[in-house]
Design a protein around this ligand. Structure first.
Ligand code: NAG
Length: 305
């Protein structure tokens, strides 16, 4: 056969043939795959030929003939070939980016379109899932990427994160003494330290509306609402403050933080409703709710003995 004969080494190898061979072997695309050729039977002569393949971005427009090499044609728009090939047409760029994806690489002659998850989403098991926020009490250590969810860590001593967020780190607690204020409520992992200018025991003596009374009432409200009490105890206090004309029980499935915020709102409304009446009302409610420990610490802090 002609093709085989042509591949047989000639009796004398000229030096340029050897160097061309070495060059071909050194080409990275040739490593391990053998020569980038393919067998082709000429339609007219029925003779087997060895045709060269076409490089990425092209396809075989015309197979080689006995006396002419392979003609490669460029891939048309929206088509590609990624590897050396002997395809008769380029492949269609068939990757379509989904609703939660964006194009990472457009369709080009040498590769298919590639997608990645849009900002705010990450790839998991073939889906783009939303970056999860870190809950209150924990902060972001590494923001989410297209391939990874948000990394969270509980806030360490002296730091807090009050909000559910996928970007906020834990922040240091406010330093009341550095601000020239008194510490009213120590900071926790989920809330900042609360400072006040209320000092002394003005609630036992002050007239309603006296200077400082308002700030002390606000401090009293924060002091009670941010106590480290169980949900059940907060609920008892809430009912005691609401009185018999309560608008209905708080749904028991609500979290403690929700209830604390609600209680704080309730206390603020009581203060608005009747100036100067808050402290007395609160002390009665604490007794009614059977919270003697909290009643004692409220008295110790806000009333003269
Ligand atoms: C708060 O500030 C005071 C005075 O600036 C400082 O001595 C103290 O160490 C600070 N406390 C914290 C917890 O940073």
């Amino acid at each position: 056969m002609c093709a085989r004969e042509r591949r047989a080494p000639p009796p004398l190898t000229p030096p340029w043939t050897l160097s061309a061979l070495l060059l071909a072997l050194a080409a990275p695309w040739a490593a391990g795959t053998g020569a980038l050729t393919y067998p082709w039977r000429d339609v007219e002569t029925r003779e087997w030929l060895v045709c060269s393949q076409c490089p990425p971005g092209t396809f075989v427009q015309q197979p080689c003939r006995r006396d002419s090499p392979t003609t490669c044609g460029a891939c048309p728009p929206r088509h590609y070939t990624q590897f050396w090939n002997y395809l008769e047409r380029c492949r269609y760029c068939n990757v379509i980016c989904g609703e939660r994806e964006e194009e990472a690489r457009p369709c080009e002659p040498t590769h298919n379109r590639a997608c990645r998850c849009r900002p705010g989403f990450f790839a998991h098991a073939g889906f783009c899932l939303e970056h999860e926020p870190c809950p209150p009490g924990s902060g972001v250590t590494v923001p989410g990427t297209p391939s990874q969810n948000t990394q969270c860590q509980p806030c360490g001593p002296g730091t807090f994160s009050a909000r559910s967020s996928s970007s906020e780190r834990c922040q240091p607690h406010r330093n009341c003494s550095a601000l020239g204020l008194a510490l009213n409520v120590p900071g926790s992992p989920s809330h900042d330290a609360l400072c006040t200018s209320c000092v002394g025991f003005p609630l036992s003596t002050a007239e309603p509306g006296a200077p400082g009374a308002e700030e002390c009432e606000r401090a009293l409200i924060d002091f009670v609402a941010f106590q480290d009490l169980s949900f059940k105890r907060f609920l008892r206090l809430w009912h005691a403050l609401a009185g018999p004309e309560a608008p209905g029980p708080v749904p028991p499935r609500e979290g403690r933080v929700e209830l604390q915020l609600k209680l704080r709102q309730q206390l603020l409304e009581l203060r608005e409703a009747r100036a100067g009446a808050l402290a007395g009302r609160l002390l009665r409610a604490l007794r009614e709710a059977r919270l003697p420990g909290l009643e004692r610490s409220v008295r110790a802090r806000f009333w003269a003995h």
